[in-house]
Design a protein around this ligand. Structure first.
Ligand code: ZN
Length: 149
């Protein structure tokens, strides 16, 4: 039993290291400067600037850093805020939620549970059935269009 726990913890550490296995310069090369500052310095893109804000195609939104599927287009809605908005993630465990008191506000930060890159924030003013609004930066996401797959 303790052996099993040992292997599980080793596996987890290796997985985490693989995901964060890039230097700052490498990430900037992969993502570009704006996405780097959003994903790894918890920045926010300008509203209505993101390429997925008004995307209505059917597909799946992935983490731009580790390609984990995070949101379904069927749970995306037009919140009018200027950022892609979802009322739920694909699965509860695919995102990590943490209290964020920066910028003089009390908010809940949403990050990718797999690689911990910053995605956006979640607010309690979304539509039913969850009443949640996941307000996500376009640059934190990649989109896999159902038609082209
Ligand atoms: Zn990720």
């Amino acid at each position: 039993m303790s052996f099993l726990l040992y292997f599980v913890s080793i596996y987890k550490v290796q997985k985490d290291m693989a995901k964060k296995n890039h230097t700052k310069a490498e990430w900037i090369k992969i993502l570009g400067r704006e996405a780097y500052s959003v994903c790894w310095e918890k920045g926010t893109e300008l509203p209505f600037s993101g390429k997925y804000n008004s995307n209505k195609n059917d597909g799946i939104y992935l983490c731009v850093c580790c390609k984990t599927p995070l949101f379904n287009s069927s749970e995306k809605y037009d919140s009018g805020t200027g950022w892609p908005s979802f009322w739920a993630p694909i699965e509860e465990k695919t995102v990590k939620m943490e209290r964020d008191t920066s910028m003089g506000m009390i908010r809940t930060e949403v990050s990718c549970a797999s690689c911990e890159s910053h995605l956006g924030h979640v607010f309690p003013d979304g539509p039913q059935p969850t009443g949640q609004r996941f307000c996500i930066n376009s640059v934190s996401l990649d989109f896999a269009d159902k038609k082209s797959s």
